[in-house]
Design a protein around this ligand. Structure first.
Ligand code: PLP
Length: 425
């Protein structure tokens, strides 16, 4: 008889042998002391730690208005949606959230999904399937959820080298003129913190008659005068056809969405299986997310404070000779270059210094570029920054980690670029 357990154990052992078995750190966030949290270690150990790797980039998950909106909506409506959007789950709070999102991005309409992951997976595949013979052009560094959406579409697809305008143009020029085309990319790339040439991609989309789909997950709340994302920052929002985002990072809550034309949104609403056949977002979550968006549309204090602390962290690390990948955003990739060492460095930070930074290993980043991904928030004050830099200095010394370059060049996936056309187009 088949030994199922042995197979599962072998799968795990293989990951461990490659030093990429994931160990999750158990933490209990403290709403009054962000970014402090309680770490629940082995044998019932509990300890106060400072979280330096949260995607709650602006601390909106603890904001009084956001918490109140969630609690009050739970008290007045209910905790759950009670059904799919089609059957009893089309909450007033979700409709209001979609209006808020459409306004934020200057689009006719928006549609909310269970998560940013589901939004990409479902929206990309549905949009490409709605367009007969659609060809998809996808950046080689795109997030797993986008890759999955592209694959699920079952359409012809081409992967262009990361942020490479020339390569994208080459691929577009080689495609038949009259076929519908969809260019899929991110604005801020979460691991290297680099940004897409948005205007140049929009120029190409206009020239070759393509639609543009941008993932603004790591930019919404943080860039642009109203926190609408990097496209707002560079004045390109109205040039993009579909803007995708999350409510779970800069907005500190949960859920994902797309924004675009009324007809496109209505078509996705009517055809997307990952939207139709699942329970709607809980009204308290929708209300909290709307409160976070509303606040960040009007307040620049959080964005300014975040930028200030990011600059402080980057220059202090550089002065200390700790290698940071150079980029123009709020993401601070501290480069280690080895999976086992990245894990050791992370463990030492936690054990000795009460600092929690998760190691980032393959396949999230290419092998040889393993790192600690530091994300300063407005709440990481100067004292915490000093403490982080001192701690990293001690860890670099103790583990004899690379110091040779204070800035390192990014390495991109893209070695195996493929143009693949499945039968039927
Ligand atoms: C986190 C992430 C997502 C998924 O968003 P969730 O709301 O967390 O599901 C999508 N795209 C990118 C680039 C991400 O980093």
């Amino acid at each position: 008889m088949y030994d199922y357990e042995a197979t599962f154990k072998a799968a795990r052992a293989a990951l461990k042998a490659e030093k990429r078995y994931r160990v999750f750190t158990e933490i209990e966030r403290d709403v009054t002391r962000f970014p402090h949290a309680t770490w629940h270690g082995p044998n019932g150990l509990k300890r106060d730690v400072v979280v330096w790797c949260s995607n709650d980039y602006l601390g909106m998950g603890r904001h009084e208005r956001v918490v109140s909106a969630m609690v009050e909506t739970a008290r007045t409506t209910s905790v759950g949606a009670g059904g799919t959007r089609n059957i009893s789950g089309n909450s007033h709070a979700v409709i209001e959230l979609e209006q808020e999102l459409a306004e934020l991005h200057g689009k006719e309409a928006a549609l909310v999904f269970s998560s940013g992951y589901v939004a990409n997976q479902t929206a990309i595949s549905t949009i490409a399937q709605l367009l007969p013979e659609c060809m998809i052009f996808s950046d080689s560094d795109n997030h797993n959820s986008m890759i999955d959406g592209v694959r699920r579409a079952g359409r012809a697809r081409a992967v262009f080298r990361h942020n490479d305008i020339g390569h994208l143009e080459e691929l577009l020029a080689a495609a038949p003129k009259d076929r519908p085309k969809l260019i899929v990319f991110e604005s801020v790339y979460s691991m290297d913190g680099d940004v897409a040439p948005i205007h140049a991609f929009c120029d190409l989309a206009e020239k070759y008659g393509a639609l543009t789909y941008i993932d603004e997950v790591h930019a919404v709340g943080m860039y642009g005068d109203h926190g609408a994302g990097y496209a707002e920052e560079v004045g390109a929002m109205d040039r993009l056809d579909i803007i995708q985002g999350t409510l779970a990072k800069g907005f500190g809550c949960f859920g994902g969405y797309i924004a675009g034309s009324e007809a496109m949104i209505d078509a996705v609403r009517s055809h997307a299986q990952g939207f139709i056949f699942t329970t709607a977002l809980p009204p308290p979550v929708a209300a909290a997310a709307a409160a976070a968006i509303r606040h960040l549309r009007g307040s620049t204090a959080e964005r300014e404070a975040q930028r200030r602390q990011v600059t402080r962290v980057k220059s202090a690390l550089q002065a200390a000779g700790i290698p940071v990948l150079d980029n123009p955003t709020h993401i601070v990739p501290v480069m280690v270059g080895d999976a086992a060492l990245a894990k050791l460095a992370s463990d030492r930070l936690l054990d000795r210094h009460g600092i929690y930074v998760q190691p980032i290993n393959y396949p999230t980043v290419p092998r040889g570029t393993e790192r600690l991904r530091v994300t300063p928030t407005p709440f990481h004050n100067d004292a915490l920054v000093d403490q982080l830099v001192t701690a990293l200095g001690e860890v670099w010394e103790a583990l004899d980690l690379p110091r040779d370059r204070t800035t390192v060049d990014p390495v991109h996936r893209g070695a195996s670029i493929t143009v693949f056309t499945p039968a039927g187009g």
